[in-house]
Write a protein that binds this ligand. Structure first.
Ligand code: FE2
Length: 539
């Protein structure tokens, strides 16, 4: 009987191991070009031809559906000042709209701000008109004007209506609410890379997140919003997917490597800029850049590679970052929370003194940091060692509460962590940082599970909803259909006793796969059975 039990055990273990191996199956190794047979080469050429034809067709579609008109589109709220008292708006038109104007009024139950039927529209007693800026941009598809206006001297915690245009043609009236100027409950959404199939597959993610948290104060996009930073059609898909949500809830974007135009560069820059109130232009500085689907991580960005010329025209962001990284590295304070965007694509060392100052001189109870490349990678074969060595000591010293990243096209979330915790596995600090890597689009990499992960996922589109209320930060990661996948609470301890308590084990979707749990159950059951047989045999 003992022999039979041993054999059963061995079989079960072999099955479990085989199951594990299949879960972590290796990617098929790619052959070198010289190793391909003639048939394989022909097949490859055919596939490339077909992909090029599909891309051409897609670009023709983009040219049709995302062509700018004189009516404002791509309307998006961002901040470039104090969120409690200011609001920036950016939008796009064709080049016939040569002027930028914004109108803003307190939100009322009716149309008092825009007296329908009155002689004067809008009502000058209710509505303030603010001049904006206009910038000409020639992209790979279109010549367009990007406009922006900054509404200032707003009242905190107040609902406003606004519209933008050139003074003759206007957007619809949108509505937003300014945050309070005091610490108050705050909620926001966070998205990892959208990047691919944005119109077809990412749209439901942002719309689902909005339907779950329609009163969110802002939305963090942790880089790689699109696949090719210079592809206007992809930006068209991104704005289309979010639609009027972008005009109602401010966005907080941080650039990823795909916003850096080191690949697939179109020619930018006006040949014959239209006359009128055109200010600024985007020049083609990157001819001859190597084409690649994705720049390799850990390698320096090519010297000529730079943030997409479409980034600054379409996002009006704080300019309080290190010199030269304005509108990509920045911070703002909102209702007792400091939100910091870092630019992980370039000049990582140079950002350290700035980052240290922003983390040190911080009167807020909570600190949220976002950037693109993760400090701790979740995808197989990826690691941003240089970035980790540069930034992790600063995070360990000042322990921001949560760091929100993307890039690895998988999901991984730590407990409260500092590097020495990770190395020893024994010393438990009361202070530390929760690190998250997430993905919202449909491109996935293979997950590589690590000890630091409390929760992880592969092949899953996710969005995150975060609520901060007093001493508690509540976090939820939800799948594309709204199912809660991972959740935890961070609880601040009384002043001077550390930043936050350890998060509980997630309610669902933890790092432990179902087959491991089933396997463990089977082993226990087998042990009990075998013992019973052994006892009977002995008797
Ligand atoms: Fe990336």
């Amino acid at each position: 009987m003992r022999t039979r039990c041993r054999a059963a055990f061995a079989l079960l273990l072999a099955l479990l191991m085989a199951s594990g191996v299949s879960t972590l199956a290796q990617e098929p190794t790619e052959k070198k070009s010289s190793e391909l047979t003639a048939d394989e080469k022909a097949q490859l050429a055919k596939e490339k031809q077909s992909a090029a034809a599909a891309q051409k067709k897609l670009e023709a579609t983009w040219k049709t559906i995302y062509r700018p008109t004189h009516v404002p589109d791509r309307v998006i709220l961002t901040w470039n000042g104090d969120p409690a008292t200011s609001q920036a708006v950016t939008w796009r038109t064709d080049t016939t709209a040569t002027k930028a104007v914004g109108q803003i009024a307190l939100s009322e139950g009716g149309t008092a701000h825009d007296s329908l039927g009155a002689k004067v529209r809008p009502n000058p007693d209710k509505t303030k008109t603010v001049p904006g800026k206009t910038e000409f941009v020639k992209s790979d598809l279109f010549e367009a004007h990007y406009h922006s206006v900054s509404f200032a001297e707003l009242k905190p915690a107040t609902k406003y209506v606004y519209r933008v245009g050139d003074g003759a043609t206007w957007s619809e009236w949108y509505e937003f609410r300014t945050p309070s100027d005091k610490p108050e409950p705050l909620s926001f959404m966070y998205f990892g890379d959208a990047q691919n199939e944005i119109r077809s597959h990412w749209s439901r993610v942002i719309r689902g997140a909005y339907s779950d948290m329609p009163k969110a104060q802002f939305m963090i996009h942790a880089g790689d919003l699109i696949n090719r930073g210079t592809a206007d059609g992809e930006w068209g898909e991104w704005h289309h997917a979010a639609g009027w949500i972008n005009g109602s809830i401010p966005s907080v974007p941080t650039p990823g490597n795909h916003e850096y135009s080191g690949f697939a560069l179109p020619k930018f820059g006006p040949k014959d800029p239209p006359k009128g109130e055109v200010k600024g232009e985007a020049k083609d500085e990157a001819k001859g850049e190597p084409k690649a689907d994705e720049p390799k991580e850990g390698k320096k960005v090519a010297p000529k590679s730079r943030l997409s010329p479409l980034w600054k025209p379409q996002f009006t962001l704080p300019e309080n970052g290190p010199a030269g990284l304005e509108e990509s590295a920045y911070y703002f304070d909102i209702q007792g929370v400091r939100v910091i965007s870092l630019n992980s694509n370039e000049r990582q060392d140079e950002q350290v003194p700035w980052m240290e100052k922003v983390l040190k001189d911080n009167p807020n109870k909570w600190t949220v940091v976002t950037f693109h490349h993760p400090i701790y990678s979740t995808a197989k074969g990826r690691d941003n060692k240089k970035l980790r060595e540069a930034w992790r000591p600063v995070f360990d010293k000042y322990t921001p509460d949560i760091v929100l990243t993307g890039h690895d096209h998988t999901y991984g979330r730590s407990g409260i962590m500092r590097e020495d915790n990770l190395l020893t596995g024994a010393r438990v600090h009361e202070r530390g940082t929760v690190y998250v890597v997430s993905v919202s689009g449909p491109k996935f990499y293979k997950l590589e599970k690590e000890d630091w992960m409390v929760s992880s996922a592969a092949d899953t589109q996710l969005y995150q909803l975060i609520r901060i209320d007093g001493d508690t930060l509540h976090y939820e990661a939800r799948t594309a259909n709204g199912t809660i996948f991972d959740t935890f609470d961070l609880n601040k301890k009384p002043k001077g006793e550390g930043a936050a308590a350890a998060p509980p084990v997630p309610e669902s979707g933890g790092a432990l796969p179902v087959w491991v749990a089933l396997g463990a159950f089977a082993v226990v059951a087998l042990v009990v059975l075998c013992r019973r047989f052994v006892i009977r045999a002995a008797a």
